[in-house]
Design a protein. Structure first.
Length: 641
């Protein structure tokens, strides 16, 4: 198991270049290095590369403006998978769930971070040939350039999926024309896909093997994800397996000769991953998640045979696993056999990290804290007796009743048990019988996130210690707070299961989907678009893919009757716990109008930060559904609990 994976270069290189308040102001602050002298050797480019990647740590692990910065976490709350929940004061997460905003710049941090990542990638692309590369170093040079193109494409894709039409920045020299927002459909996606194509053609045809770096196979997988969103959302292509998606024009640049990218090209790239990537599904779905670690597995088995001391626990859900399939065994967990690209974390969090692109807990997977159990009365929050084997946290982003109910209906209709349901969700009433709610909890469904949930052990010294503290080689971070600082589970951005399901969606060939179903122990079905959609929903629940899947299956401007709008509106009326009153549940209602209307008005885009609109002097325009054409009362946060 790989736990500490980033080098010190991430920390040092991240401080070389900084950005001013305008997200397009990408001029480096000169210290001892300038673009004329840096990079001067291959190691310098490696440092720039580390700085480009490090933006992902702040996105994946940062905690700013009262919420984790991870876009996939945001998309979970914007979908029908999660409520906002948390405490009464936690308004950012509830704003996301209700498509409202409590302040004009509430969603600014990711906007700034993503442009910062684009700026770093542009700098790496432009200055790479400051180095005099030898013929023997050409492969190293091309790999580093390919990684820069990949990261620029990735950051740009997340940016436009979150904020819509935005300025397309492909240079560190920002012209007035470049500051103008442009059509994502016509200009931004062609550039995104060109960047991924460049990355595919420049990077070595071999796996990065859990290093945290992109490789050729990462690029091929993200070409598919980007193409399918563009074709489905913007071009309204519908069922790709039967209708055939449109071709998209590419931009000529190093590694990409221009021309067009077709659906057949996308399929060929995915088939290359299957044929030559060497990936395979983990035998047991639970191996992907830290609750299957061998330390907890051993406690479960000790508890069965009486080996534990009186008063300790046994977690039955993983007791039937093979020990070699536990999260921390070779080929499982971090760096596992199906992990294609991910955000990785290390034990470097500290309270004193500062700056636009840094955050006190950026090197810890802070999702584990935000999704942790917010339990108990005033004096027993986080008691192991109430939460074992899971740890305490902020309790934001409670999984929805819809996810559990629809999944249970599918099991009942098909007469099967899908191990992924309890492998994804904590059933609080039946798994944690002593669990109690906080007095200011709201939008509680009775379920919690098991994927990415931090784990406690009887072997841990304190009630809120993380299991990581018991791992060989562990050393405490300078946070000296295990509940907040010790979260090192990779955040998956692309799994091999997604490659298989994208292939079925693009080709109609059920053999790929059937592999995913077989691993879950559910009936293998023929291809239908409905079967494929359901399989994606269950396999990737709470991984942040559902929202953009719904968007691309609905198409832009789909109105209140599109698939996404109806799925969101189906949350209305579900019975939830508010103010900790489990015996007096209330119906979930939208805080201003309806989920279907808010989705239809916004197309699922967030508002652009007003500060950035002001800085751009008219070149950046507010998104529909958040502007003067929509009544402010419909997008303004309201306290309803």
């Amino acid at each position: 198991m790989k736990k500490y994976i980033l080098s010190a270069l991430v920390v040092s290189a991240a401080t070389v270049f900084t950005s001013c308040n305008d997200m397009l102001d990408t001029e480096p602050r000169v210290t001892e290095m300038t673009s004329a002298t840096f990079p001067g050797k291959p190691a310098d480019v490696e440092a720039l590369n580390a700085a480009t990647y490090s933006i992902m740590n702040t996105l994946g692990g940062g905690d700013q403006s009262g919420i984790c910065n991870n876009p996939f976490y945001w998309w979970c709350m914007m979908s029908d998978e999660c409520y906002g929940s948390g405490g009464l004061q936690d308004n950012v997460n509830k704003s996301l769930h209700h498509f409202t905003t409590a302040s004009a710049n509430q969603y600014e941090q990711d906007f700034i971070l993503l442009y910062g990542g684009i700026s770093r990638a542009n700098n790496q692309i432009e200055t790479i040939d400051n180095v005099t590369w030898t013929d023997a170093q050409k492969a190293q040079r091309d790999q580093l350039l390919g990684e820069a193109f990949f990261m620029r494409g990735l950051y740009t894709m997340w940016l436009t999926q979150m904020y819509g039409d935005v300025p397309l920045i492909t240079s560190t020299t920002i012209t007035d024309e470049m500051k103008q927002q442009v059509s994502a459909e016509e200009f931004i996606y062609p550039q995104i896909l060109s960047d991924f194509v460049s990355a595919k053609n420049l990077m070595k045809p071999e796996r990065a093997n859990g290093s945290g770096h992109a490789d050729k196979f990462s690029a091929e997988a993200f070409i598919a994800r980007a193409y399918m969103f563009w074709a489905g959302f913007y071009k309204k292509a519908g069922e790709l397996a039967t209708g055939g998606g449109p071709a998209i024009n590419l931009v000529e640049q190093e590694g990409c000769t221009g021309g067009t990218l077709t659906q057949s090209d996308v399929i060929s790239g995915l088939q290359d991953i299957v044929a030559t990537g060497g990936y395979k599904l983990c035998e047991d779905f639970r191996s992907l998640w830290q609750y299957s670690n061998s330390l907890l597995w051993k406690e479960a088995h000790d508890g069965e045979d009486g080996g534990n001391a009186e008063g300790t626990h046994a977690y039955a859900f993983i007791a039937d696993m093979k020990e070699e399939n536990c999260f921390d065994k070779p080929g499982m967990g971090n760096g596992n056999t199906e992990e294609i690209f991910q955000i990785q974390f290390l034990n470097a969090s500290k309270w004193a990290i500062s700056g636009t692109y840094n955050n006190p807990r950026m090197y810890s997977n802070y999702l584990s804290c935000f999704w942790g159990l917010r339990n108990g009365a005033t004096n027993d929050n986080g008691k192991r007796s109430k939460t074992y084997p899971f740890n305490q946290g902020w309790g934001q982003g409670t999984p929805s009743c819809n996810l559990w109910d629809d999944w249970t209906d599918a099991e009942r209709t098909g007469n099967y048990t899908d191990i992924r349901k309890l492998g994804t969700l904590i059933d609080l009433d039946n798994e944690l019988e002593s669990y109690t709610y906080e007095k200011d909890d709201n939008e509680e469904s009775g379920y919690a996130c098991k994927k990415y949930a931090d784990v406690n052990l009887d072997a841990c010294a304190a009630d809120n210690d993380s299991w990581w503290s018991q791992c060989p080689g562990y050393s405490s971070s300078s946070l000296d707070n295990k509940q907040q600082g010790d979260h090192f589970e990779d955040f998956y951005l692309m799994r091999y299961a997604d490659v298989l399901l994208m292939l079925t969606e693009l080709t109609g060939d059920a053999q790929y989907m059937n592999q995913v179903q077989a691993r879950a122990g559910v009936p293998q079905t023929p291809y239908t678009w409905t079967n494929l959609k359901n399989e994606r929903r269950w396999e990737f629940a709470l991984e942040g893919l559902r929202f953009n899947d719904l968007r691309r299956w609905s198409g832009i401007d789909g109105g209140e009757n599109c698939e996404a709008a109806k799925a969101l509106q189906a949350q209305r009326g579900k019975q939830i716990v508010c103010l900790g009153q489990k015996a007096n549940k209330r119906s979930l209602e939208h805080m201003t109008c309806s989920w279907s209307k808010r989705y239809a008005d916004t197309n699922g885009f967030l508002p652009k930060p007003q500060t950035q609109i002001n800085l751009m002097s008219g070149k950046l325009v507010q998104n529909p559904g958040w502007d003067e054409n929509t009544p402010a009362k419909e997008w303004t946060y309201v306290v309803i609990y």
